[in-house]
Ligand binder design. Sequence first.
Ligand code: UD1
Length: 364
Amino acid sequence: MKILTVVGARPQFIKAAAVSRAISQHNQNHPIQTIQEVLVHTGQHYDSNMSKVFFEQMYIPQPNYHLEIGGLSHGAMTGRMLEKIEEVILNEKPDVVLVYGDTNSTIAGALAAVKLHVPVAHVEAGLRSYNTRMPEEVNRVLTDQISRWLFCPTETAVKNLEREGIIDREQALVNNVGDVMYDAALFYQKIAKPSNMIASLIDELRGSFYVATVHRAENTDDPVHLSNIMEALETISKTTPVVLPLHPRTRKLLGSQNIFHIRIIEPVSYFDMITLLFKCKGVFTDSGGLQKEAYFFQKPCITLRNETEWVELVQNGFNTLVKINLDDIIKAEKQINLNKRDYSLQLYGQGNASETIISKLLEG
Ligand code: UD1
């Protein structure tokens, strides 16, 4: 079997690392029925600390194709990816095209494949925010519509697909396999070593700090939202330092806002993020992945959004959604340590999502 995997953005490298590892393990255990993986990197994320470092640290196979399509508007980026991925599919003739999550690289890969009658496998299928102003929501709804294998990370995701009639669609194979990010967290936490920079920052802060990330268009592209978030994190930082690995999107849009207390650093590697999560008191984020990683590392999370795709975290008290205004964010921080939580719930499977995905693909 030949799988063509399309990745392009940081969270996809983490997910692909888990599945690529399961493919190599399968090949070791089944030398007769091997899987060939052809990896395509669209180039959506191109800075070394947004891309290369993940490939090196997580032992992801080097991409067979690097399309170098990044830094463009949504339409231009998705359109050029579609054209180039089509060429790769025609050249490689894969049995399956495997896509992850909800980025522009996801929809471009899925659309190129389905138009050439190559079946699509979607990892992280069925997630919904029901906010169609988010580019990610559009990407995932459309990708689910054209996928054959829909690998859901949660039971909620399965139900979402059921409501859209996808479960009854001919040729749709819907399964709750668990979350490949949980597989990655379990595996890499055993080998993660922080950089000197992160190790000394943690020493300096004596383990008493929050981690924050901000990159969603709905926050960064609205100057009022962005300045409310920064002002709130500034205020919180005066009592408990906030470490903010800053996405290039946010850095560009931040402009001249005065920041004196937040510890702004460059985007960090997966190992550095794992280490920060281990040591921090809690997390402020608008990232989908980090909401779950906070839970994997048993840290409370305040999500800087009106809604989330990971509703089970909110329903079980692990995550609090907060409106983007100064008072609400500061109030949420004051309440962050009050809730007692039981982390023994296995909300995201048993850590074998990647292996299950491979065996389902082999079943056909
Ligand atoms: C993308 C995904 C989002 C995901 C996020 C993870 C879409 C629609 N969005 O958002 O779902 O959560 O990745 O980080 O696909 N840039 C750089 N260097 C880089 C990468 C980006 O400077 O290595 C700049 C780009 O030039 C652009 C901005 O950051 O101006 C945004 O990048 P883009 O890939 O369009 O979207 P993200 O915000 O990263």
